[in-house]
Design a protein around this ligand. Sequence first.
Ligand code: PMP
Length: 456
Amino acid sequence: MENFDTRAIQKLDSAHYLHPFTDSLELSGRGARVIVRGEGIYVWDSEGNQILDAMSGLWCVNVGYGRASIADAVYKQMMTLPFYNSFFNTTNVPAVQLATRLTELAPPGFSRVFFTGSGSEGNDTNLRIVRRYWDLMGYSERHIVISRHNAYHGSTVAGASLGGMAGMHAQGGLPIPGIVHVMQPNYFECGKGMEEEEFGLMAARSLEEKIVELGADKVAAFIAEPIQGAGGVVIPPANYWPEVQRICDKYDILMIADEVICGFGRLGTMFGSTSFGIRPDLMTFAKGVSSGYVPMGGVLVGDRVGDVLVAKGGEFAHGFTYSGHPVACAAALENLHIIVQEKLVERVAETTGPYLKQQFAKLAEHPLVGHANSYGMVAGLNLVRRKGERLHDHELFAPSEGVGMKCRAHMFNNGVIMRAVGDRMIVAPPLVMSTDDIDEMVKRIRKSLDDTLADL
Ligand code: PMP
């Protein structure tokens, strides 16, 4: 590793670099951890600590760190054509190849792709597309998009509005008009006094109630993550999605599946929608499409919408300088090649996903863990003060105790990165993990749970 002065970097960091989702004042007192290198499922900080990255960077490094073939593809593309735009009747070869490849990997009925630079821009694009679609169909009143509380759809103005994060809405007068939110299918937090099935139906029917309240002729689309990620790995009851799909069909509401986290193998299917029988009209993608090696995102456009946009729409007045960026497309093409070649989706479905589930079930026996669950390569566990007989009998910690953040600090110190969403600790490990890697991860998690318990 290159030798440099960590303290000097930290000082410059707090003087000049405004971090995303960070209390800069608090961070400047402490100094940021400087991550300098990655290989496989591990990253290293500037002090030489090796840390198992159980969050895949930010739910994105699906193929793991240090992939020379992606670096080679990027280098080659940069030397051939580092940039050209796709405006004004031009195109570039990697963009065409990637659009084609994505439509091959998508469920049937997705013939077209719109590229962006991120998931947020993908969801901004969705908002423009669904409203444009209904205008072109002669239903200009159908402009409202329904989302869910605690959803995460990005941090641009439209992305944060589509998302259901109260803390984001509180800053800057969000959501923008025409976006409303319904209940999230979070049985642990919202289902007290109910059986899981009963709760699943109730959560789905909150969508129907909202549609009826607004009038179906005002509603353009419903947007949702197959499994809510940033909201805390919210795995919905099994009857939730079939009921939501029935409701969208009944009222002819477009379905937008935000696949930014669930896409490209994380749930053991190429797209998370397939895991839950969702039939989306539009799918947002980002993160895993390039494993985060370079920024890349977009929307897979289903034919119901795409055919109308193309046949009737004339010029679509929307796009980004970096839509179809040749270097990002070259990186994504190689990344998708790795995912298919190494059978990472099958590995999650058949081997590592089921193994992770078993190991998290064992973690649920820890005295601090009231509930643990997983799906493919996402998992979470809820820290509780005292365990009760049933799920909703556990005694929880007060939010002010910050137990999740304390636990997260122990995780870092024990060489594993987990994310804390309140007192729910979550993982989304690289899809290249082996069962031995999962054992190592769980060993470090268990030690950190012990250390947290000892603190209390
Ligand atoms: N949608 C979902 C489901 C996400 O998890 C995220 C990012 N965590 C986004 C959208 C936004 O993506 P980006 O940060 O690339 O704009």
